[in-house]
Design a binder for this molecule. Structure first.
Ligand code: COA
Length: 288
């Protein structure tokens, strides 16, 4: 087959556009918003086979600065994985994965992680990745008086966007057990997954990413110069419908006593190499 292997090509507009088309085709994800906002990241490295001008098989390695067990370090995420349907089961992605892992091996101190879609699980197993069961921490929702002062922000509104950037620039890790420090990735999540679920609490000088479903308050992230305790935070968020509160990041800074832990549903987490947790929860803002 007449294939060209390419990597490290973000400065080549034609190849970069082919990459964007591919991600739209395979994952229905449009990177234009992230790119236009100026957060495209050279730490995100593609390994791709091209046929003519089109990309037909791909894997990306995202090298991420992180805090793990109180120490600044590095970890790598695998994402953007796919092969065009016509070219599947010909060993292309396995070859790219091998190359990418070899390239990144000495660049990550904590191995690799990824989030697998259901249909790709056999593929990742075939490539030697190990499923890991994430564990989320949770508590029963406490009863507390409501404090006014929670405001929804939208990255689509220029004033809100400016405010978000200020918080992101000054923010410290929400956890010293496991946090990802990459601001471009955080902004990716601000622009996509957090978009409708981001709130400011000016009294506490922080942003909170959360949603509610079926009596559960899911807190995904806190962004601020100081991380408030849960006791300080919850009065601003309390709702009579809350039965449980679930945290999608490690809660070491929140000062919660007697917190419980349970396996996370639909996690899809896989790891390879010296991954330093038995029961992690991948920070919600780490998804690329
Ligand atoms: C998963 C995917 C990337 C695999 O790409 P590929 O180029 O076809 O993979 P390879 O040919 O290198 O497969 C390597 C091995 O993985 C396993 N494998 C791959 N696809 C598989 C499948 N659909 N079912 C079972 N095993 C599979 C096989 O063991 C295969 O070796 P074999 O063909 O000799 O048996 C591709 O099917 C795809 O793009 N799927 C849709 C998008 C997707 O799910 N991306 C991942 C999101 S997390």
């Amino acid at each position: 087959m007449d294939l060209i292997l390419k990597t490290d090509y973000w400065n080549d507009p034609k190849s970069r556009e082919a990459f964007k088309r591919f991600i739209k085709r395979i994952h229905n994800l449009d990177f234009t918003t992230w790119e236009t906002a100026g957060f495209w990241d050279n730490q995100y490295t593609p390994f791709s086979y091209f046929k003519g001008d089109e990309l037909i098989s791909n894997i990306c390695i995202y090298l991420l600065d992180a805090v793990i067990h109180d120490r600044k370090t590095r970890i790598a995420q695998i994402s953007g994985v796919g092969t065009d349907p016509l070219f599947r089961r010909q060993g292309l992605n396995r070859k790219l994965t091998r190359m990418a892992l070899e390239w990144a091996e000495d660049k990550s101190d904590n191995g690799f992680f990824l989030f697998a879609d259901e249909e790709a699980i056999p593929y990742y197993k075939a490539c030697g990745f190990t499923p890991i069961i994430e564990h989320v921490e949770w508590i029963e929702a406490p009863k507390t008086n409501k404090e006014e002062g929670l405001f929804k922000l939208s990255p689509d509104h220029p004033q809100d966007f400016k405010k978000i950037i200020t918080y992101v620039d000054a923010g410290i890790p929400a956890s010293d057990t496991f946090s990802i420090l990459n601001k471009n990735l955080l902004m990716f999540n601000v622009l996509y997954s957090m978009k409708e679920q981001l709130y400011e609490i000016p009294d506490l000088e922080c942003l909170v990413w959360f949603k509610r479903r079926n009596g559960c308050l899911y807190i995904h992230d806190i962004i601020g110069r100081k991380i408030p305790t849960f006791r300080e935070l919850y009065p601003y968020m309390t709702d009579a419908r809350d039965i449980r509160v679930e945290f999608h990041f490690h809660t070491d800074k929140l000062g919660i006593k007697n917190i419980k832990s349970k396996p996370k549903e639909n996690s899809g987490g896989f790891v390879k190499g010296p991954f330093p947790f038995q029961k992690p929860v991948f920070p919600a803002n780490s998804y690329a």
